[in-house]
Design a protein around this ligand. Structure first.
Ligand SMILES: NC(=O)c1ccc[n+]([C@@H]2O[C@H](COP(=O)([O-])OP(=O)(O)OC[C@H]3O[C@@H](n4cnc5c(N)ncnc54)[C@H](O)[C@@H]3O)[C@@H](O)[C@H]2O)c1
Length: 596
């Protein structure tokens, strides 16, 4: 018969423990909440009351329900208070010896039938279980931060966990309104195994001054639709906890260098910069525990006047190309009030692009987002041409032709001959080195990357790619133009994948490797990232949308440039591409799209 869980214990009331207490108490289960000292108990209590008060203020919880919730929690110092609970969840710091000591003690204190669970993110549940005399009743219940909000729970069974214990914990998760994925005991389980390489990589970009903290975070939020950027997420997780997770994953997960904690993390932990919980991490917070970021000495000045500092005046813009990106970019510039000259390779192509821009603008009118006058004014600003000579007096050229270096180089050489001095020459390349394009001209200081995202009229992000030859003036001009377009421009160096693709594709590739290793299913991995980390799409959904061939090409570029063994494309990805399974566009990728 299935176990009844009427009372549970939570050990450790920090970032995770306090949230886990709330999850149980909200669902009518009595909780014995345990810490090491009265002060730590008080901190946990303050976190819970703060969180439930906020829920009441937002109208998500009735006052009476809040009072009943709080009354279900029994606050205690020391593990002895856990003698009669049915289940214990441990959420103390991520150290194996500490957890083993606590489990040995729990084994002594708790009633024989009690289940002992750990919320560890990366340690071996098996190693923790052998500290008890009941390893068959030890299991991982990995909640996500913040526990009351995130829907996912990873249930981790070891080789000795009893099947009935797994089934009862799965039923409990359902009762808590959570979605569980049950998996075996591997470093980082699903979500953290895919997340932490990415987080560590983002920290290394920041450490090497490749981009600012604001730009790295904005890139991933606006470019991928993630709920928060990687550095803000590190602050939420806690840098001490993140360090331990990375360190364990590095040691348990095959010594993948991508999990070797970036030195800056350790330095920050030593300096007491633990993230939100200490009031300062990558960002500065109003006070310890507060989610509110306050400006500090690293906060950039983003007001209009400061942005335009040193920028050249831009009124007339040439856009070269006739594909999806060029079409979208023409619309963006025309709507923002720039005079636009569109150059394609022939009148027929120009007519097609013109039609596509019209259709898109008309959609805006139908949706009530654009007035007919504004549509007509935008169209009136565009001149359609089939010769580069018309770009002689523009102030900015945006190139969006085919992604082939030889074609782009030839085009930039021509622009160099045709355009007036002082023009900013921009390429929208998403994978080629901007410096190669710049060196095809006699004016590399004026060349920059403007990496728009598809669809350009909708996506709010532009990566501004500076080469080692780009002048400060060119860069300031690019920033001012992005601001005038209503886009968020993030500045980065000229490395493969810029910010977004460099952080995104290795994660997608890791998901394929995880599937290939039969650790989990595509559905569960997609669930884990969506429900555990708030991603808008799971990795396999996204790969099928982006196209497996495109993803493989980007991953190959990253691997070739950085020579990072962990970036080697997953063989399964290569096989699927070879087999013609390219994703939605071919009807089949990781999933079959022909049946829908
Ligand atoms: N932070 C996250 O985003 C996150 C997400 C999922 C899982 N986890 C895991 O949850 C666990 C806790 O992490 P955290 O971030 O909440 O850590 P934390 O440092 O915020 O909190 C740990 C708490 O444990 C208490 N503690 C230490 N020794 C204790 C003992 N002997 N008895 C009782 N309490 C004790 C500490 O006083 C502290 O309040 C770790 O295993 C971590 O890997 C963390």
């Amino acid at each position: 018969m299935a176990r009844e869980f009427t009372s549970v214990g939570v050990v450790g009331l920090g970032t995770m423990g306090a949230g886990i207490v709330e999850v149980f108490a909200r669902n009518g289960i009595d909780v014995v909440a345990v810490e090491i000292s009265a002060a730590a108990v008080e901190r946990g209590r303050v976190t819970l009351t703060g969180s439930t008060d906020r829920a009441v203020a937002k109208g998500k919880l009735a006052e009476a329900d809040r009072d009943a919730l709080l009354a279900r929690v029994d606050w205690q110092v020391g593990l002895d208070a856990l003698h009669s609970v049915d289940l214990v969840i441990e959420a103390v710091p991520e150290h194996l010896d500490l957890k083993q000591r606590i489990f040995a003690e729990l084994d002594r204190v708790c009633k024989p039938e009690a289940i002992l669970a750990t919320n560890t993110s990366s340690l071996s549940v098996t190693e923790i279980s052998v500290a008890t005399t009941r390893p068959n009743q030890v299991i991982g219940i990995h909640f996500f931060n913040p526990a009351p909000v995130m829907k996912l729970v990873e249930v981790v069974r070891t080789v000795v966990t009893s099947a009935d214990v797994v089934a009862d914990v799965e039923a409990l998760c359902e009762r808590l309104g959570k979605v569980d994925v049950t998996i075996s005991d591997r470093a980082g389980f699903i979500a953290n195994a895919l997340l932490f390489g990415y987080l560590n990589h983002a920290v290394s970009m920041f450490e090497s001054r490749y981009a600012t903290r604001e730009d790295i975070d904005a890139a991933m939020k606006l470019g991928c639709g993630l709920p928060m950027g990687p550095l803000a997420l590190m602050d939420l997780i806690g840098l001490d906890t993140a360090y331990e997770i990375l360190d364990t994953m590095y040691r348990r997960g095959g010594r993948d260098r991508r999990h070797a904690p970036v030195p800056l993390i350790k330095q920050m932990v030593t300096a007491g910069l633990l993230g939100r919980k200490s009031g300062r991490g990558f960002y500065t917070y109003e006070r310890p525990g507060s989610p509110v970021v306050v400006p500090d000495e690293h906060t950039p000045v983003t007001t209009g006047a400061a942005l335009a500092d040193g920028a050249r005046a831009i009124a007339k813009v040439g856009i070269v190309g006739s594909g999806t990106m060029a079409t979208g970019i023409i619309e963006v510039f025309a709507k923002a009030g720039y005079e636009v000259i569109s150059v394609t390779r022939g009148a027929e192509k120009s007519a097609k692009v013109c039609e596509a821009v019209k259709t898109s603008l008309n959609k805006g009118v139908v949706r009530g987002k654009l007035s007919e006058e504004d549509r007509d004014a935008a169209l009136g600003r565009v001149t359609w041409s089939a010769t580069l000579d018309h770009l002689a007096d523009v102030d900015l050229v945006v190139e969006a032709v085919v992604e082939e270096l030889s074609v782009k180089k030839a085009l930039f050489a021509s622009l160099d001959e045709i355009c007036k001095p002082g023009v900013v020459l921009a390429t929208t390349t998403s994978s080629l080195p901007v410096i190669d394009v710049a060196m095809a001209t006699q004016r590399p200081a004026d060349v920059i990357g403007l990496h728009f995202f598809n669809p350009a009229p909708i996506m709010p992000l532009v990566e501004i790619v500076q080469t080692i030859r780009t002048s400060a003036e060119t860069s300031a001009t690019a920033r001012a133009v992005c601001a005038a377009l209503g886009k968020t421009g993030v500045v980065c160096g000229d490395r493969s994948g810029f910010i977004v693709n460099a952080l995104l594709f290795p994660y997608l590739n890791d998901a394929v490797k995880m599937l290939e290793a039969s650790y989990s299913t595509a559905d569960d991995i997609d669930y884990a990232m969506k429900l555990g980390c708030g991603y808008p799409m799971g990795p396999f959904e996204l790969l099928d949308v982006v196209g497996l061939d495109v993803s493989l090409a980007i991953q190959r570029e990253l691997y070739l440039e950085l020579r990072e063994p962990g970036f080697a494309p997953a063989p399964l990805l290569e096989h699927l591409v070879t087999a013609g399974y390219l994703g939605r566009k071919s009807g089949r990728g990781f999933r079959d799209h022909t049946k829908r």
